[in-house]
Design a protein around this ligand. Structure first.
Ligand code: MN
Length: 734
């Protein structure tokens, strides 16, 4: 590739921005040349060739002078003696800010083993982008040139950089609507990631090109003639799709090259929006459209501002022909995306209404990157989020909700409101009840059925596609766990204090607990309970603060009495509950019964409070028109329901699916205990969905296991075999 010269570069800039400050570009060039003097690229070219090519790509994006200058200077802070202060002094704040942004993103060194570093780099990139999109335009130009010269690097670096380009940079170019950069990045990455397939496909396309040319000419002529006859001023062109998009199609639909018919896409450019719709009508009047392939991105623009009409028709010789119809202005946006908005404009922080839509996505990423502390999840959700494909799903009220492709009703629910997401129990799509993991399609109308008792499960984290839903669910679960641990810590402390005749409730009320917590540097006693629950702080240390040393050894008689009394209280409460259950059960018999055939029935919510199993006595509670909750007959949540809403329920003889139940195993804290328990569970052919262990100060280990199973008898058998393990103190279903 012939190297662009600086005067050519300036000529190009002046072509699209006649009033541009050419002097600043000239000066940036001189600086860059001086600072990079003597350095070489891996290709053996002078280093200066790189910033020059980057600046050239930026002129293709029709960027203003300061962005071109920043492109010329983008590597000087990183690679030479120049500092940011030097740049600010010589070139002003704007240019040095752009260079700083690009430098901050850093030389990303793709390295699968250092996922934290990678995640951190992407975080920086997103933050920089959200502040000024030109930073990422410079970074994309940088990456594009690096990809073009990738062959000079060692092979493992080639692969790593190509992989990262495919996963992050190409999709970001797509998200920003810069189609030609996306296509080039994809093809260059494809070439280095799958060279065999790439070169075979490139050969096939080259051979076909000639044969296809007649067909392209035929379709082009026909379209031009028909549009002219109807009085349209239209420009028609046919182009080959880029290799990676052909490969994706073959891969997705398991097609051979010969089976891919739409290697070529046709484009019609007309002066106005009404002309677009007219042209579509004209085309459909002589070629039959393929159902489901007409897309109106004019009425519903894509996230990246892309607008066009798309249709696929059965063209000459019965072949499918893909056609895009757009105005000249839409074409500029389709090619340059967000960069189009700097054309002929002075650069500035002001953001136009259309840009805002694209920037919304960046802000969205920034907003949630804070909540995703785990670098692996951060990267995964970033990748999912930058994939340009998205779907539009409607609310019953007709509002549009944009979601990543493959999104589920859970994503939809969280996109509407966190509360709806958290209480989502089921969904209706196009009027039909579907399970929450149902894949939504563009154009669906979705409605979420909520229930007060429904709550997110860990499994949702694997199902959702949007960053928002993932972050909200993860946050909810960790908050809930902290709450549970706080309660566990409170109980541990309460029983410990009771042995010494102290009532925790009183100590909280009179402010003693707050003081004790403060003494141990907890900002509240609730956080102290939490630390005890998580096993991070021994309850005994609290007790020693409150009980005189001489009383610590043996519990007092009075306290023994108190302990007995409280145990009695608990017993009494339980028996009251039982009576209520019986009364409710008697009531049910007069009503028609719900027969449960499947754990996966979207119209049934298996209550998370009591997780009923086949064999449990159950009641159904109607919580809305579309949803029935299934509770164990003795579950207080079920009993709270209004008698009118309670329906008798029973299990069918055959029940499909499984439920996830939790059991708690308290054992002596011994090495290998968790492994022992896990072995017992899996040798019963049961699947552990999740396990946790917390150690108490009394050398007890509290294990919880979430287990997938169906029958109560399975659970009972399991509990029996766990009880037989020697160091186990107690086992219970939670
Ligand atoms: Mn560079």
């Amino acid at each position: 590739m012939a190297l662009i010269r600086i005067n050519e570069l300036i000529d190009r800039l002046l072509e699209y921005q006649p009033e541009a400050d050419a002097a600043v570009v000239q000066k940036a060039y001189v600086w860059s040349a001086k600072l990079h003097a003597g350095s070489l690229r891996a290709s053996g070219m002078p280093y200066l060739s790189h910033p020059l090519e980057v600046a050239e790509i930026l002129t293709q994006l029709k960027q203003p002078a300061d962005a071109i200058a920043a492109g010329l200077l983008h590597d000087v802070v990183e690679d030479s003696t120049a500092t940011l202060d030097d740049l600010t002094r010589e070139f002003g704040k704007e240019i040095s800010r752009l260079v700083d942004g690009v430098t901050k993103i850093g030389k990303i060194t793709p390295d699968a083993t250092r996922i934290e570093v990678q995640a951190e780099n992407y975080r920086k990139m997103i933050l920089a982008m959200a502040q000024d999109v030109r930073v990422i335009l410079i970074k994309l130009a940088d990456r594009l040139h690096n990809m073009r010269t990738l062959e000079f690097l060692p092979e493992d670096r080639q692969r790593a950089i190509a992989q990262e380009t495919m996963e992050i940079y190409a999709p970001i170019a797509g998200r920003l609507g810069i189609h030609w950069i996306q296509a080039q990045l994809e093809d260059l990455s494809f070439r280095h990631l799958k060279p065999d397939i790439y070169f075979r496909l490139a050969g096939q396309v080259a051979r076909t090109r000639e044969a296809r040319q007649d067909y392209i000419d035929l379709v082009t002529r026909e379209l031009e003639k028909r549009l002219q006859e109807s009085g349209k001023d239209a420009k028609v062109s046919g182009r080959f799709k880029h290799l990676y998009s052909i490969y994706q199609k073959m891969d997705r639909q398991k097609l051979t090259f010969e089976e891919v018919h739409d290697l070529v896409a046709f484009r019609i450019m007309v002066p106005s929006i009404p002309d677009c719709y007219d042209a579509l009508r004209v085309i459909h009047s002589f070629w039959t459209p393929v159902p489901g392939r007409i897309k109106d991105y004019i009425a519903l623009p894509k996230h990246n501002m892309y607008r066009s009409l798309h249709t696929t028709v059965i063209g000459p010789e019965g072949e499918r022909v893909e056609i895009q119809i757009r105005t000249t202005e839409m074409h500029a946006v389709a090619e340059y995306g967000i960069a189009a908005h700097w054309r002929y404009k002075e650069a500035g922080p002001a953001v136009s209404g259309q840009q805002e839509k694209t920037l919304e996505f960046l802000h969205h990423l920034v907003e949630f990157h804070e909540e995703l502390k785990d670098p692996y999840h951060f990267l995964e959700s970033l990748k999912a989020e930058v994939v340009p494909e998205e779907i539009i799903v409607f609310t019953p009220g007709g509002d549009m909700i944009e979601l990543p492709a493959g999104a589920t009703p859970i994503d939809f629910a969280f996109a509407i409101h966190s509360d709806i997401g958290i209480h989502a129990a089921g969904a209706k799509v196009n009027g039909r009840i579907v399970p929450l993991n149902h894949g939504l399609l563009s154009g669906d109308t979705a409605e979420i059925i909520t229930s007060k008792i429904a709550e997110p499960s860990r499994a949702w984290l694997e199902i959702v596609k949007s960053t928002r839903a993932h972050a909200k669910i993860a946050h909810w679960i960790s908050t809930r766990e902290a709450e549970q641990m706080r309660e566990m810590g409170r109980q541990v402390l309460e029983s410990e204090l009771l042995r010494h005749g102290k009532a925790l409730g009183t100590l909280i009320e009179d402010g003693t607990m707050a003081q004790v917590a403060k003494r141990f540097n907890f900002s509240s006693y609730k956080l102290l309970f939490e630390a005890i629950g998580f096993g991070n702080f021994p309850a005994r240390r609290v007790v020693t603060q409150l009980v005189p040393p001489e009383d610590l050894r043996t519990p007092t008689k009075r306290s023994k009495k108190a302990a007995k009394k409280s145990a009695k209280k608990i017993k009494k409460a339980t028996s009251r509950k039982k009576t209520a259950t019986l009364a409710a059960a008697a009531d049910e018999e007069t009503k028609p019964a719900v027969v449960i055939h499947s754990f996966n029935d979207p119209a049934l919510l298996f209550a998370p409070c009591c997780r009923p199993l086949v064999g449990d006595e159950v009641v159904a509670v109607r919580s809305s028109e579309d949803l029935v909750e299934i509770h164990r007959a003795d579950c207080p949540r079920g009993l709270e329901a209004h008698p009118e809403r309670i329906i008798a329920a029973r299990w069918a003889d055959e029940v499909e699916g499984e439920s996830e139940v939790a059991i708690e195993v308290i054992a002596k804290d011994m090495k290998g205990m968790l492994a022992k328990l896990s072995t017992v569970i899996s040798s019963a052919n049961l699947n552990i969905a999740r396990a946790t262990v917390h150690t108490t100060q009394e050398k007890k280990a509290i294990h919880t296991f979430n287990i997938n199973l169906k029958h109560l008898s399975e659970l009972q058998r399991l509990i029996k075999s766990i009880e037989k393990i020697d160091p186990v103190i107690s086992v219970r279903r939670m």
